[in-house]
Design a protein around this ligand. Sequence first.
Ligand code: 6GU
Length: 283
Amino acid sequence: MRIDVATIFPEYLDPLRHALLGKAIEQGRLNVGVHDLRSWATGAHKTVDDSPAGGGPGMVMKPEVWGPALDDIAAGNTEGSELASALPHLNRPRHDELEGIGGHSYEPTGEDSSLPLLLVPTPTGKPFTQDDARQWSHEEHIVFACGRYEGIDQRVIDDAHKRYRVREVSIGDYVLIGGEVAVLVIAEAVVRLIPGVLGNKRSHEEDSFSDGLLEGPSYTKPRVWRELEIPEVLTSGNHGLVDRWRREQSLKRTFERRPELLAGAHLDKADIKYLEGLGWTSA
Ligand code: 6GU
């Protein structure tokens, strides 16, 4: 997978190269390019924003800066600010130059699945979910466009459909100053699901949300710590009992913290009986 990020604060994305994502880069499973949007700004002041049409507070990011930036990033014309490992990607033909060569497949939405995915973080976007992370972990090329201030001129997003599959996404119901932190969140959630990055497939299957439920509590040695004991079943050696206990802990935690998730979870008869014992009633 290749990830490109366009931002006016490139240093904010440094953590992309660390820890889990750094490991994916070293393994050759991930290339990352972080691009200073200001390098596409023209004029002495390298201005990237302007006052909103129609008036009002704040500033809106200019289409004449974002347009060429997204054109160049889609085409791989972004020398400088690149990791050495990303170099083979440069000078590839643009997607629109390949049109008609074949290998095209179209999604039901009419989108060309060979186009890179453009993710635009915004509090007005569709909520980002584990299901998105799973799907996007199979992408070849993801580009993030980080807006600051009151957002990016909407025509940039509309025009980007020519070169990208475009998704405006939110990471929750609160407002951040810009999209940079959202990129770190989404990139980490996606990259850890690339086969081989995390190493242990079972740890994905048991992730919270993977079966529509929250994971229950975890414990490790020592068996007694500050007079607190590990639940006895976990030291019983009875795997069947352990599995059932974990399932019930998962159901209980979901009921207490995120009851709305239960409506979309796969529940068997035993699950339903256990939940009803906790006071749950299905709608
Ligand atoms: Cl993706 N961006 C910004 N700026 N604020 C947010 C957000 C994204 N998600 C929630 N709040």
